[in-house]
Design a protein around this ligand. Structure first.
Ligand code: NAD
Length: 350
């Protein structure tokens, strides 16, 4: 484990096996300087145990930076269950996972991630006090809230896109073209926010039914999944999988801004510098997509809608700070954001 490329001095990594339910899970706690670690549980049929370990280590580290940059009194952690969520999941497995979370004594707070739903977290919460993102009193916009953080994530990304557009183009979103890769929980809500702000949407998804509703809107054009990243646009918003910006795709990208929800958008750190050199403004993913953990944090406090919204709006201010520092120093926005997060953690600042 210590030799894993993803090991970044994590405080604690726990490996769990429950024979009765065949639950194989890992919890990685990266850093708790700023508070208990918070991060979703991902269920995925990893090709190997090493793949699962690398993924959870990398994701937990990212959560530390995300929480720090979102000004949350939280640290970074993550968990994974090795298995296919469509075939292997059971209520008993979720209860076993909940007990595993409880055994960390509050140093790790679990929430949903890919393969784990709000109702799964609810099941875990029946056996652990340390779960979030399954019940809420208020949503940022005053609408009913079932605990799903995706609406807050989408709004946070929308706030971030507005900040990036104002910084780079000096305008609002009216009349701009925004290309969105992925019309899932976040992508389709983001599209709606941008349409409401007067933008034109280009969108693609590998799962065609996700696009049915949006395709009825005259301001939406459905594109091929293989070249959504290559569309001429003002903003490209990766909202599907990680690694959307890599050495292959960067050659085709014709946008002025990249700002989206996906985690780990840059396939490797060096891509950040390549984007700067191309004059493309990149909104670091773990800063712009922090709406979900901001929402989960406020769910535990039972905050008012206006308090949650005000916190989500801070995403724009933080990005503005990163953009300015990047322009002054010539250092890529992605590197500036990591440095800022590390500084906040090391100095124990909130
Ligand atoms: P989701 O699974 O609901 O949606 C992802 C969508 O992307 C799916 O509709 C899927 O069919 C589509 N997709 C997959 N591969 C694609 C491809 N190659 N091209 C186009 N579409 C493709 O997930 P989500 O909750 O909307 O999250 C989107 C991204 O944002 C993920 O990377 C997630 O980790 C990240 N994120 C989500 C949240 C949240 O609150 N949901 C918070 C932070 C980060």
């Amino acid at each position: 484990m210590y030799s894993s490329n993803a090991f970044a001095n994590h405080e604690q990594v726990s490996i769990f096996y429950d024979e009765a339910t065949q639950t194989k899970a890992i919890i990685a706690i990266h850093d708790t300087t700023l508070g208990p670690s918070l991060g979703g549980c991902r269920m995925f049929p990893y090709g190997s145990e090493q793949d699962a370990l690398d993924d959870v280590l990398r994701l937990a580290e990212g959560m530390s930076y995300k929480a720090a940059m979102a000004n949350l009194p939280q640290g970074g952690g993550k968990s994974v269950i090795i298995g296919n969520p469509h075939q292997d999941k059971s209520t008993e497995m979720m209860l076993a996972m909940g007990k595993f979370v409880e055994s960390c004594g509050g140093r790790y707070i679990v929430a949903e991630d890919s393969g784990i739903s709000v109702s799964d977290v609810k099941t875990m919460a029946s056996v652990t006090k340390h779960a979030g993102g399954y019940s809420a009193h208020h949503r940022y916009d005053g609408a009913e809230h079932d605990g799903n953080p995706a609406p807050a994530t989408a709004y946070g990304v929308f706030v971030g896109i507005k900040a990036a557009v104002k910084y780079k183009l000096g305008t609002g979103l009216e009349g701009l073209t925004i290309a969105i890769q992925g019309a899932g929980q976040v992508g389709r809500r983001l599209a709606q926010h941008c349409i409401n702000a007067g933008a034109r949407i280009l969108i693609a998804d590998v799962y065609a039914p996700s696009l049915d509703e949006l395709a009825k809107n005259p301001n939406v054009t459905v594109c091929d999944v293989n070249d959504i990243h290559a569309q001429t646009c003002d903003v490209f918003a990766p909202c599907a999988l990680g690694g959307a910006i890599n050495r292959d795709t960067i050659k085709d990208i014709r946008t002025r801004i990249i700002a989206g929800a996906a985690n780990n958008q840059l396939a490797e750190p060096a891509i950040g510098d390549m984007l700067t050199k191309k004059g493309i403004l990149y909104a670091p993913d773990f800063v712009i997509n922090a709406g979900g953990i901001i929402d989960i944090h406020h769910q535990t406090l039972q905050s008012s809608a206006s308090a949650i919204r005000a916190h989500l709006e801070q995403i724009g201010d933080t990005l503005q700070e990163i953009f300015s520092e990047s322009a002054e120093s010539g250092i890529a926005t992605s590197d500036i954001a990591v440095n800022m997060a590390k500084y906040k953690i090391s100095s124990g600042k909130r």
